[in-house]
Design a protein around this ligand. Structure first.
Ligand SMILES: C[S@@+](CC[C@H](N)C(=O)[O-])C[C@H]1O[C@@H](n2cnc3c(N)ncnc32)[C@H](O)[C@@H]1O
Ligand code: SF4
Length: 448
């Protein structure tokens, strides 16, 4: 039965928000390399901007993001100065190539004060060439929101807000140091809608300490009652060897793999029963949402923010630890905020590492992305796009099917299909196409 499979297939695997994954980035990729990659982009290349704000006013113990706690606003002011400098520098490098999407993530961009939201947004519009229609999203922690912030984000051009919920059970909230009521969340949802923002996403987690199957289902019901257009349902990644504050989490209170699987199934069932469609392995959307439409059309994409309908040619990362993706490879800014500020202010550029995509990386990255987005890999199309370079990946796909003891996939003429039973394990299936997994020693979180 599928629950037993969750235990059998619990080998940790990457979330594949990039391929190769971040542990394979190296310092051989520097600012000069980045500049030459940007210069080679076609003049019509559509750009998506990602801005990172690595600050929170308290730390949730489960958090796996690049962020740090600040008790005053002055570190944020200093950081924004450096961010402004980087925006100016990168804006010059990309010239008039059109920006079609902007995403603020963190940390908590919701900490920004209205004047800073306005100032940074105008800077962006001065430094970059915005297309007529720009999708503009921001991650909001309800605990940070104040009445004057909603209008400031709306005036900056906000089209989607992503609101962190995680779980509404007070016992779970106490165990993760994240207190946030349903009413407080509903107020934020209503306030965001009141300023004209049409699209909302809510983040939920399963696998948290003291979380139960009934509790995960109840949170999903409450989330669905708020009618966000999208819901992300992530499995809690417990990686205390990388994120020291996760040591505050009581490991005895963490659910085991079977229980995690049940929680994810129960929350998903609730969302599906409330009119949401499943998008990829960890997102849900209402049928009219762009993400659902992109999924129907086979145009879903996967990047560092998870699943997206965004069809950009290059992702430009701005801020400490931000990752960019260009056709030639990945780049990442220096993680330390102190070092980031020093480099950005000196004009030296903040790129610290990255990876050049080999032809094999391109084929495998494309195949993994399609598998995770479509639950199917069109091997004939892969051959048509990449020619003989696709052969090793086609062979690996056949090997996945041949060694599949659990009915997770089906090899059809010209196609590898993930079965209904295999869907929750699509990351594990995709790992069969990952050429780095066999050789590397990077440690990942649980597959389910
Ligand atoms: C940058 S954070 C959220 C933005 C905002 N600071 C907030 O907390 O509402 C983005 C999302 O990542 C998810 N997340 C953070 N740490 C995680 C972890 N260890 N495992 C899985 N998901 C995690 C959470 O669902 C969170 O809402
Ligand atoms: S979950 Fe959000 S608010 Fe909590 S520490 Fe992480 S980034 Fe900050």
């Amino acid at each position: 039965m599928t629950e037993d499979l969750a235990t059998k297939l619990s080998r940790p695997v990457p979330r594949y928000t990039s391929y190769p994954t971040a542990p394979h980035f190296h310092p051989g990729i520097d600012q000069a390399q980045y500049a030459s990659w940007l210069e080679a982009l076609p003049a019509s290349a559509q750009l998506s901007l990602y801005l990172h704000l690595p600050f929170c006013d308290r730390l949730c113990w489960f958090c796996g993001c690049h962020t740090k706690q600040v008790n005053r606003y002055s570190p944020i002011t200093a950081y924004l100065e450096a961010l402004a400098a980087e925006i100016g520098q990168v804006g010059c490098m990309v010239g008039t190539r059109p920006v079609t999407a902007v995403h603020w993530g963190g940390g908590s961009p919701s900490l920004l004060e209205p004047d800073d939201i306005a100032a940074t947004s105008s800077l962006l519009r001065e430094a970059f060439h915005f297309a007529d229609v720009v999708e503009f999203s921001v991650e909001l922690d309800p605990n940070d929101m104040a009445p004057e912030k909603y209008g400031a984000w709306a005036a900056a051009g906000l089209t989607r807000a992503s609101i962190g919920v995680q779980d509404f059970d007070p016992r779970v909230q106490a165990a993760i140091n994240r207190i946030q009521t349903y009413e407080q969340t509903r107020h934020v949802v209503e306030s965001v809608r009141a300023v004209g923002v049409r699209s909302l996403n809510i983040d939920m987690l399963y696998g948290l300490p003291h979380q139960t199957v009934a509790g995960a289902a109840q949170t999903a019901r409450q989330v669905a009652s708020l009618r966000p257009e999208r819901v992300a349902l992530f499995g809690y990644a417990h990686v205390p060897w990388m994120k020291k504050h996760q040591a505050m989490i009581d490991e005895q209170a963490l659910p085991d793999t079977t229980e995690r699987f049940r929680q994810s199934q129960a929350a998903a069932a609730e969302l599906l029963a409330n009119g949401y469609e499943r998008i990829g392995f960890d997102h849900f959307a209402l049928p009219h949402d762009r993400l659902a439409l992109a999924s129907h059309a086979g145009r879903l994409r996967r990047n560092f923010q998870g699943y997206t309908a965004d069809q950009h040619d290059a992702l430009i990362g701005l801020g400490a630890s931000a990752i960019g993706r260009l056709p030639q490879g990945y780049v990442q800014n220096v993680v330390s905020t102190h070092e980031y500020q020093r480099r950005a202010m000196s004009g030296a550029g903040a790129i610290e590492r990255g990876v050049t995509l080999t032809r094999d990386d391109q084929v495998r990255g494309h195949a993994i992305e399609r598998l995770l987005c479509d639950f199917s890999l069109d091997l004939a199309a892969l051959r048509a796009t990449f020619g003989p370079d696709a052969d090793p990946v086609v062979e690996d796909a056949a090997a996945i099917a041949m060694t599949d003891e659990h009915g997770l996939v089906q090899l059809l003429p010209g196609k590898l299909e993930v079965t209904e039973r295999g869907r929750p394990f699509v990351r594990t299936i995709a790992a069969g196409l990952d050429a780095y997994l066999q050789v590397g020693n990077a440690r990942y979180s649980k597959a389910v």
